[in-house]
Design a protein around this ligand. Structure first.
Ligand code: HEC
Length: 444
């Protein structure tokens, strides 16, 4: 792909140099970078394609974009860029990264016409990505006091326990995570420790933080404050609406569980950061997390389409009525598809919450529904996932394929959809307490 881009850039440069030698450049016909293309890049591409972010090259300037013109045409026409996994037939999400057909056509025409720059006076004001936090400067930024260099081989789960240094109850609208070493940080989960238990584990093996294969290494006792969410490649931070927030009790510690998975490169010292955005107003409800989970499956070797299901029915006695705001499917490398639906007990009114038909471990997301989904008492939430444990799956980490079941290593599998939800009867303003004992937990 890069070679094609390079060759076509050379050809384009040669052709346009010849044209200039013969005639003064005629005004370009069709879309130009300065007018149409730069605006499409600003709206759809630059969040990742700017210096220092995950895109492999910048799309900020004409000089940045020009050599990639034919790649841009190909990747957008084939819907590989911008990356967006949920099927459009299921679930309506906030800020979907979907390029409209007219925009795809504009980029194709632009590349096809020799990717003209046009008149620089037409350029929109440049977007500013300095500071590096997609939602602006966080209210609180934490990172472990010392860096840690993971081993060059194998998976390592490491936890860093950091005091939030907050002496009163806080509410959190969003977090963002900046991995220190983007090449080896595979994913990050931010747990909340309300008892200080994590601090006693630090230094158990002499390195920064402590090893924590599986969960955070301590028992989470406060079910109102378990996690602030996480990060995996492709996540973009999401700001919760006013009135709903994650709870961060006074004097909590934040425990960042960082999964390192070296990809044959020499791991660098890592000091992953978490940025925390406090709610601007006191919330009335807490955002809680329901794992829709199957942890008892065994995927046989050489099965290219093994089905795993999970379901959970919201309690009816007493009734628990909820709204679901966020959904984050999670599988590892054998996962190929995941579909999540909600249906009334009788099986009526089935609603599709998310469908991912081409699971890519590198493009996981926590998706926010455009409008929260009402999920009343008695609703059955169902998950259906398919795994390819054959040699035909180029991502299969086991060669030859072997039986694979639940586990934390990348060579194990998972089958979870995390649902971020609120309980309708909760009202923090009036002190209305709600029952949360029914919420299933992720095994530790
Ligand atoms: C959410 C982040 C993100 C967004 C938004 C995004 N990209 Fe990318 N892009 C990436 C990453 C990361 C890669 C590297 C390949 C990969 O990991 O899939 C990439 C790769 C590419 C490639 C090169 C593919 C190759 O293999 O050489 C092109 C071309 C590209 N992007 C164009 C675009 C265009 C055009 C847009 C907007 C319409 C866009 N991207 C939006 C993150 C993004």
């Amino acid at each position: 792909m890069r070679r094609i881009a390079f060759v076509s850039a050379l050809v384009l440069a040669f052709v346009s140099a010849r044209q200039r030698a013969i005639h003064p450049a005629p005004p370009p016909v069709g879309p130009t970078f300065s007018k149409e293309v730069s605006r499409i890049f600003q709206a759809n591409c630059q969040t990742c394609h700017h210096p220092g972010d995950i895109g492999p090259f910048s799309l900020m300037t004409y000089a940045d974009a020009y050599p990639h013109a034919s790649d841009i045409k190909y990747m957008t026409q084939t819907h590989q860029m911008p990356p967006w996994k949920p099927a459009q037939s299921c679930g309506i999400f906030d800020s979907p990264r979907i390029l409209s057909q007219p925009d795809i056509d504009t980029l194709a025409k632009w590349a096809g016409n020799g990717a003209p720059e046009g008149n620089r006076a037409d350029l929109p004001p440049a977007l500013d990505f300095t500071g590096g936090w997609a939602l602006g400067q966080p209210d609180l930024v934490l990172s472990n006091s010392q860096p840690y260099t993971p081993p060059a081989l194998g998976d390592m789960y490491r936890c860093y326990s950091m005091p939030a240094n907050t002496t009163d109850q806080k509410y959190v609208s969003a977090i963002d995570i900046k991995p220190g070493d983007r090449q080896t940080v595979h994913h990050v989960i931010a747990f909340i420790d309300t008892t200080g238990a994590s601090d006693r584990l630090v230094g158990s093996d002499g390195g920064a933080g402590y090893p924590c294969f599986g969960g955070p290494g301590f028992t989470i006792t406060n079910l109102d404050a378990t996690t602030l969410g996480g990060w995996a490649p492709g996540y973009r931070p999401v700001m919760l609406p006013d009135g709903i927030a994650f709870s961060l009790p006074a004097n909590s510690r934040i425990v960042l569980q960082v999964h390192y998975h070296p990809h044959g490169t020499v791991p660098l010292p890592d000091q992953t950061q978490i940025g925390i955005y406090y709610a601007k107003k006191a919330p009335t409800k807490l955002m809680r997390v329901l794992p829709l989970i199957n942890d008892t499956f065994m995927i046989p070797p050489n099965d290219p389409n093994y089905r795993v299901t999970a379901d959970f029915t919201l309690p009816s006695f007493p009734p628990i009525n909820t709204h679901v705001w966020l959904i984050a499917p999670h599988m590892h490398l054998l996962g190929r598809q995941m579909h999540v639906t909600a249906a009334s007990v009788t099986g009526q009114n089935q609603q599709c919450l998310i469908a991912i038909d081409d699971w890519d471990f590198n493009w996981q997301g926590m998706y926010r529904f455009k409008d929260p989904i009402a999920v009343p008492a008695g609703t059955k939430l169902s998950l259906e996932a398919f795994y390819d444990n054959s040699t035909g799956n180029w991502r299969n980490p086991n060669d030859p394929p072997k039986p694979v079941s639940w586990g934390e290593a990348t060579t194990d599998e998972m089958c979870i959809a995390f649902l971020g939800f609120t309980i309708d009867s909760e009202n923090l303003a009036t002190g209305q307490v709600v029952d949360t004992s029914w919420i299933p937990r992720v095994p530790q």
